[in-house]
Design a protein around this ligand. Structure first.
Ligand code: SF4
Length: 369
């Protein structure tokens, strides 16, 4: 494609015009749309609305397993034989310690995930107490909760407690939904998002790519989230876990994952687009490129799977010239983690200290005679 095509993509997105269906599908599937200028078009939109800042999210899986639902991709589902460490709800002290840890590790947003179909009235009151306490102790920390299906009354209770955002992912298209879950419907998910919106909560809702869907399905999710004006969109890449109903991930290349991120940015220009679970597994050596369309990452792994270590992720953000939105700078956080190069705090910023040759030398075995 000529440069004019990419300029037009960025221009239309910045003007909040939607893309023609054929163009959106070309972004995902056509070799004529080249990756680098596409990433640059998405980056133009990102810069316009959210600059070069990265928002760091840290998840607390406050209860693991015991879920009666059968989401086929989830290791906590009743249908899964995955060998996870099940545990009931953590104590309040543990949950608050996790929030403190997230704040100190530079998180912009802390997300507490409660497995289950949806919370009881008692559980909602409990979550509300936790939110109040976290917001009082760490006021800059944005709080998000993922607690399954929710009605408007309960959403209002959480809003009044100080909740900033409710997470409830669409995960896939309406058409594909029965293939990934049979215990609740797509409409149930949309109803929860509508209830949260009526309660004046911000919405976090995203997709899992790689669950046997078509490019049309991915486009449908991106368009639905645009229509709903969702503020935060986690773009997850399916992590196959042994024992889950869904099985292996199908044909996700790093390039395709990046194309998906660009599509979500171009169709949701002002949203927080997160390169979420599975970024390490599927983007591999191309991970850093995700920062051009996406402005948000998880730090410290996911619900039942590890992510890159903190230092690696922070170093990637710094090396690519991005900053983080936090009370703590990337340099300060890297200092706490112990930087790769162990730069002294007094050294000029770009100085790499002298290394002992014996630490760098290629190991050679002693010749035998
Ligand atoms: S409702 Fe949530 S925790 Fe339960 S199976 Fe579905 S995704 Fe997993």
């Amino acid at each position: 494609m000529e440069q004019a095509f990419y300029n037009q993509l960025a221009g239309q997105s910045i003007a909040n015009e939607t893309l023609a269906r054929s163009t959106a599908l070309e972004i995902l599937t056509s070799e004529k749309v080249e990756l680098l200028p596409l990433l640059n078009a998405a980056f133009e939109v990102r810069k316009k609305f959210v600059g070069k800042e990265v928002l760091i999210h840290i998840i607390d899986n406050v209860q693991n397993g015991f879920c009666p639902e059968d989401c086929h991709y989830c290791a906590q589902a009743r249908s899964s034989d995955a060998d996870i460490e099940e545990y009931p709800l953590k104590s309040d002290a543990e949950i608050l310690a996790e929030a403190k840890n997230a704040y100190e590790k530079g998180a912009f947003r802390h997300c507490m995930v409660f497995a289950g179909r949806g919370p009881s009235a008692t559980r909602v009151a409990h979550i509300a107490r936790l939110i109040r306490e976290i917001k009082t102790k760490y006021p800059p920390l944005q709080v998000c909760v993922s607690s399954g299906l929710l009605d408007e009354g309960n959403a209002k209770i959480l809003k009044e407690a100080g909740l900033d955002r409710l997470n409830h992912n669409l995960n896939t298209s309406q058409h594909n939904y029965p293939n990934i879950c049979t215990t609740h419907t797509y409409a149930d998910r949309l109803n929860t998002l509508a209830a949260a919106r009526r309660a004046d909560l911000q919405l976090c809702s995203g997709v899992i790519v790689g669950m046997g869907e078509t490019s049309n399905d991915i486009l449908e999710v991106a368009c639905t989230l645009r229509r709903l004006g969702v503020e935060s969109i986690p773009v997850n890449f399916y992590i196959p876990i042994e024992g889950n109903m869904l099985g292996a991930a199908l044909g996700l290349s790093p390039e395709y994952c990046l194309r998906v991120l660009c599509l979500f940015r171009l169709l949701n220009p002002r949203a927080e687009i997160r390169a979420a679970a599975g970024r390490e597994l599927h983007l591999r050596s191309m991970q850093v490129m995700a920062l051009y369309p996406a402005n948000s990452l998880f730090l410290d792994g996911y619900l039942n799977t590890k992510g890159d270590d903190r230092r690696r992720t922070l170093q990637m953000i710094k090396d690519a010239g991005f900053t983080i939105n936090s009370d703590h700078s990337v340099d300060e956080l890297l200092g706490k983690e112990g930087s790769t190069f162990e730069v002294s705090p007094d050294a000029p910023a770009e100085q790499v200290p002298m290394k002992k040759l014996q630490d760098l030398r290629i190991f050679m075995s002693t010749p035998t005679t």
